[in-house]
Design a protein around this ligand. Structure first.
Ligand code: AHR
Length: 876
């Protein structure tokens, strides 16, 4: 708790200092009543820097307000290059509301709009599509120079359009939600009040509005606060030698206040699974054949890889015959492509970076095949090495002229990391083959179509209370057509719908909803599926057909009825009786008992827009009506503050959403300086699921420093376990050489699993969770705020085992010697198990070390520099 007080104190001090400066200024009354405010975009040709302000008292000398500080950024379209704000136009309405309009890019028929009361907090953005490509505007070249005025009780919006010279396009609106159709007029009728001014030697274009000095000063203070926060965020061990130059080992006491115990969530630590970094295909999903269904498509990589197509990972073996791909009579319409092997052709699959097999183990092989021409006597199947060594072989027989699934087992005679699978039809004629699959029999819990045992076990060893799946951004997809539809991921493998993975590869959906539910059950974790809220990811690329990226207008309203029904059907699939339509499918897949689904996430860090809200409300109502027992989890954007965070929380209040999903990836310094983040939360509002978080440093390592920052913050999460119900570090899995995101929790290749230092933080918390929190006073002798911010303590009790768990995190470069006082917390055994995770801040190899220590009602406890110590004390 002390950290909170100290952080509050430092923030209060900073504010007091700026307030007293302001108070002094008022006394002297030296400030002008009004000044001019210039609103503009730096980087004006590219528009990547957002909205900026400068002020002037005479329209001659301009002062940029933190020229690097953007007060509004466009969140339309693809990450990075496509998020642009060109030629912003700021307008103050009669009701005092500010409106900003801007151009999105050189081709879109939509523009950007956002409003604000104070120019600091901006309301939700919208991107009205006023010139849709599929509705008469095929040839225009984008909206240029958009302006706004107010006449005859209406807001008038006008713009020029590239490709249509000499005319101005106009429309009106009363609310920035409903717009009249576009009219054409003469360019002379434009309301463009943009002006050019020179700031820091550069000519900038923007709008000038007269404002009170207070308005300008608030902008200046906002900028100063962000500078202060950036400095806090920058805190890291790299400066510790200077920051703590004279610091001697610290002494202190930890006094547990047992009488003030409170109930906390017993679901606090779970895991986040997303098919990012090859986490599913080529990762957790144990299938060893890559592109088993010949469904890889150049569009998986948006045409950027010329070798990525339906024969990726396949090649001819032995130099005979030909390999072609056809789609005329597929095994299933959802799985259109298959291979045609002519004139004695054999093919070989290279797996995902090779096929790793173990001597003595058996592997299940299966294939769909049919004779097209001639009569193959069978198919010879071999696991081979680069020089033709054979590590195991088998054959299948019974090929007919219609598609038939054939199965066999291969027993492997040698352990190798880089085998290849050869498939050789025994014929000189033509054979069609598809769904060529090889699975180890030793999957996690021996499941068919199962998971890689070592990887699945490493996750299970975290003792996660729940698992979220299938994303992340994968859940809401890159565009409407890429939304993850759970129904496409169940049933026979050949009938599932594979699709592009927005992280730039391919998803087979072999690891689908049934397998996710099964895995959760096998680990003893509650399933937490996350479903798109009827909108794709706000970072979606442009859909050329309609001429709009981002949320692309959402699932059309006429399709929302079925979309909502699909979500209700998911609950029936998971929990319904075997007599129900969807419960029956679950039973047929091998699981007649319900999966006991209790949580459903709707949305993933979406942009909170009107079209999002409309769809969200529909889904939520349907869920509450039909399944009131299910906890629906809302979403409040991708950051710990900002428009989506504020709008998401406001929506949660308005719609009474039981829990919301927060995400933030932050520098180590943020975690050190924001341990009071949830202490500030209103307990009467929605509960929190911190669904994605991780501490990062330059170079994005996962090391002792990031792991300790997370451990430190987790003490605060336990303290706030009455409002924070669940948390999951993200992302979880990453295959070496196929990583789109760092840091991750567990790295792996085909033969090794490499838990990170951060993994052990999660494991220590996961394996030592409690459901009762015992506050404690931590008194460190002569400690400054900076020192005490680096030491955090959490004491919890696990009601089931009655064990008391003490966690002490020390991010200081010196040891901390404490006396722990457990007076009133119970009667305990005299010895306890201790785990210590410590190392140099940049260590990526540290692991917890355990021993047994003597404890009592009061006992000494010294914790090393840069360490996380956990003591588990048994009740006597
Ligand atoms: O965890 C990686 C990504 O981070 C997730 O897909 C997304 O939700 C977030 O932006």
């Amino acid at each position: 708790m002390i950290t909170n007080k100290k952080q509050v104190t430092s923030i209060v001090l900073a504010l007091l200092m700026s307030l007293s400066a302001l108070a002094g200024a008022h006394k002297a009354n030296t400030k002008p009543e009004k000044v001019f405010l210039f609103a503009y975009a730096t980087d004006k040709d590219k528009g990547h820097n957002g909205l900026h302000f400068a002020w002037s008292s005479d329209k001659k000398n301009w002062h940029a307000i933190g020229p690097e500080h953007s007060f509004l950024r466009c969140d339309y379209g693809r990450w990075g290059a496509e998020k642009r704000m060109l030629n912003p136009y700021l307008f103050k309405a009669q009701d005092g509301m500010w409106h900003c309009l801007w151009t999105l890019n050189e081709k879109s028929g939509a523009f950007g709009h956002a409003s604000s009361q104070d120019l600091i907090h901006w309301n939700r953005q919208s991107y009205p599509l006023v010139m849709p490509k599929n509705n008469g505007y095929e040839n225009f070249e984008g909206i240029e120079y958009i302006e706004l005025s107010f006449k005859n009780d209406n807001y008038n919006i006008s713009w020029l359009s590239g490709g249509i010279a000499g005319v101005v396009h106009t429309l009106t609106t009363k609310d920035f939600i409903n717009y009249t159709p576009v009219k054409l007029g003469l360019v002379d009728n434009r309301d463009d009040l943009r002006q050019d001014i020179t700031i820091m030697g550069k000519v900038e274009t923007g709008t000038i509005t007269e404002v009170t000095w207070q308005t300008a000063e608030n902008l200046i203070k906002t900028h100063n606060l962000s500078v202060f926060k950036n400095k806090q965020n920058d805190e890291s061990s790299k400066d510790d030698a200077v920051r703590f130059a004279n610091l001697k080992p610290v002494e202190g006491t930890i006094t547990v206040k047992a009488a003030e115990s409170k109930k906390i969530s017993d679901m606090l630590v779970g895991v986040f699974f997303e098919d990012i970094n090859y986490a599913a295909d080529g990762g957790l999903y144990a299938e060893l054949v890559q592109n088993r269904d010949f469904e890889y498509a150049p569009s998986d990589k948006e045409g950027r890889d010329k070798d990525w197509n339906s024969t990726t990972a396949w090649s001819l073996s032995g130099g005979k015959g030909t390999l072609a791909v056809d789609s005329v009579q597929p095994v299933h319409t959802n799985n259109k492509h298959y291979a045609i092997l002519k004139s004695g052709a054999a093919i070989v699959n290279s797996g995902y970076d090779g096929i790793a097999v173990k001597s003595g183990d058996s592997y299940d092989f299966s294939i769909f095949a049919k004779n097209i021409n001639g009569k193959a006597s069978g198919i010879k199947v071999r696991l081979i090495g680069a020089n033709g060594e054979v590590y195991g072989e088998t054959s299948v027989k019974g090929i007919s002229t219609t598609w038939k699934k054939l199965n066999a087992v291969i027993k492997v005679t040698k352990t190798v990391a880089n085998a290849r699978l050869e498939v050789a039809p025994q014929t000189t004629g033509t054979v069609a083959v598809d769904m060529i699959s090889l699975f180890p029999q030793k999957t996690y819990k021996g499941r068919k179509n199962g998971l890689r045992a070592d990887l699945a076990q490493t996750v299970a060893d975290l003792h996660p209370k729940f698992m979220r799946f299938p994303g992340g951004c994968v859940a809401h997809g890159d565009g409407l057509g890429n939304i993850y539809r759970w129904k496409n991921s169940i049933g026979p493998l050949e009938a599932r719908v594979p699709q592009r993975n927005l992280w730039g590869y391919h998803q087979t959906t072999g690891l689908g909803y049934f397998e996710y539910f099964q895995y959760c059950e096998d680990m003893g974790a509650a399933p937490l599926p996350v479903i798109a809220a009827g909108v794709p990811c706000q970072n979606s690329a442009i859909d050329e057909h309609i001429g709009l990226g981002g949320q692309q207008c959402g699932v059309p309203m006429e399709e929302m009825g079925q979309y909502v029904q699909d979500i209700l059907d998911l609950v029936e699939y998971a929990n319904g009786p075997v007599t129900s339509k969807w419960g029956k499918l679950r039973a047929e897949a091998g699981h007649p008992k319900p999966f006991n689904l209790k949580y459903v996430g709707i949305g993933n860090e979406d942009l909170i827009t009107d079209l999002f809200e409309e769809r969200y409300a529909m889904i939520l109502k349907a869920m509450k009506d039909k399944y009131p027992e299910i906890t629906v989890i809302g979403t409040v954007g991708p950051a710990a503050e900002g428009t989506d965070y504020e709008e998401g929380w406001a929506l949660a209040d308005k719609l009474d959403i039981p829990m919301v999903d927060e995400h933030y990836y932050q520098p180590v310094g943020w975690f050190i300086n924001n341990q009071d983040y949830y202490d500030r939360y209103d307990r009467s509002k929605s509960k929190v699921y911190l669904g994605e978080y991780a501490a990062f440093l330059r170079g994005r390592p996962n090391n002792i420093e990031t792991a300790l920052a997370e451990a430190l913050y987790l003490t605060a999460l336990e303290r706030n376990g009455d409002v924070v119900s669940m948390t999951s570090y993200a992302p979880m899995l990453a295959k070496e050489n196929h990583t789109q995101w760092n840091p991750d929790l567990i790295y792996f290749n085909n033969t090794e699993v490499k838990p990170t230092v951060g993994y052990y933080t999660q494991q220590l918390y996961g394996q030592n969770a409690g459901d009762v929190y015992l506050p404690s006073d931590v008194a460190l002798k002569d400690a400054t705020t900076e020192v005490s911010n680096r030491v955090a303590v959490s004491v919890v009790r696990d009601t089931k085992s009655k064990d008391l768990i003490v966690k002490i995190v020390n991010m200081l470069p010196v040891a901390v010697s404490t006396t722990v006082n457990l007076e009133g917390a119970g009667t305990f055994a005299s010895s306890a198990k201790r785990y210590v995770l410590t190392g140099a801040p940049d260590s990526k190899t540290a692991k917890p070390v355990s021993d047994t220590i003597t404890v009592g009602t009061t006992f000494p406890c010294a914790v090393p520099a840069y360490s996380f110590t956990l003591i588990r004390i048994k009740n006597k």
